[in-house]
Write a protein that binds this ligand. Structure first.
Ligand SMILES: Nc1ncnc2c1ncn2[C@@H]1O[C@H](COP(=O)(O)OP(=O)(O)OP(=O)(O)O)[C@@H](O)[C@H]1O
Length: 261
């Protein structure tokens, strides 16, 4: 498998605190990678490193063969690295479709209004962008709610809308921060199905921070375990589930939380 994204001996220090210590990590093309670890392990710091919000104290980050260690968040987004947030960043008083349209690189809120006055080629382009966005909403199952206010959607659907917004940017790597947080059982099942579908059909690579072990066991190809800024394990779910280091560090020995149920 081709390496898409890789970290080589990356460390992040905040004053005297080592939030990440010489982390090596790679995301291969077509992979779903789950990042787990107890509170303060360094998961969010790693996401901020990948998006460029934080720069490493030492080490390098490569993406599609390019050294992106010093690239700013905007440039990384343009290269195809997108993320969703634990607390959704939707524009609640815009419709579902408008939320996706404004995330599209060829569109912004001014051009949505301006498009009323478009003719010919401009209008065809606008229609094509709208079609693309509606197709994305169909993929996440929200195509029947195009005109609803984003803020009125149930929580699970707001998270799916965030994924559609991230995809509208044309991303190749999607970083999902606790996508299942606050979801009920059926919503989690729907999310797991969508994530699997997106990965298979859109050639989208995903890294997710998630605490729901059942979800992770279902969808992840690889799990990376952090503890106090150190990578303590990496491997397929069935291997990680049995790893005594992980059980004791992450779960304090209570392996009944780690059975994927
Ligand atoms: N901007 C910052 N300044 C100082 N310390 C920070 C900063 N960001 C994170 N840290 C510290 O780095 C360590 C790792 O934090 P991080 O948020 O990455 O952990 P986490 O695994 O995401 O935890 P949680 O599951 O609670 O969100 C913590 O000790 C945290 O207090």
């Amino acid at each position: 498998m081709a390496k898409l994204l890789s970290l080589e001996k990356v460390s992040v220090k905040f004053g005297g605190l080592v939030a990440l210590n010489e982390i090596d990590l790679s995301v291969n093309s077509g992979e779903i990678v789950a990042l787990i670890g107890p509170n303060g392990a360094g998961k969010t710091t790693l996401f901020n490193l990948l998006t460029g919000v934080y720069k490493p104290t030492s080490g390098t980050i490569h993406y599609m063969g390019q050294n992106i260690t010093k690239l700013e968040p905007f440039d990384r987004a343009r290269l195809g690295i997108a993320r969703t947030f634990q607390n959704t960043r939707l524009i609640k008083n815009m419709t579902v479709l408008e939320n996706v349209l404004v995330a599209h690189p060829d569109c912004n809120s001014e051009s949505i209004l301006g498009s009323l006055f478009l003719f010919g080629k401009g209008r065809r382009r606008r229609d094509a962008i709208a079609r693309e966005c509606i197709d994305l909403l169909e993929v996440v199952g929200l195509h029947r709610k195009l005109d609803e206010w984003a803020g009125n959607l149930p929580y699970g659907e707001q998270r799916l809308l965030e994924i559609a917004r991230a995809m509208a940017t044309g991303c190749k790597v999607l970083l999902l921060d606790e996508p299942a947080a606050g979801m009920n059982g059926p919503e989690k099942k729907q999310l797991a199905d969508k994530i699997g579908y997106l990965s298979r059909n859109f050639n989208l690579d995903m890294v997710l921070i998630e605490h729901d072990m059942g979800l992770i066991m279902n969808i992840a190809d690889k799990i990376v375990v952090l503890d106090h800024g150190h990578k303590i394990a990496e491997g397929p779910p069935e291997e990680i589930q049995q790893n005594p280091k992980v059980i004791s560090a992450y779960l304090g020995g209570e392996d009944d939380d780690f059975d994927g149920e």
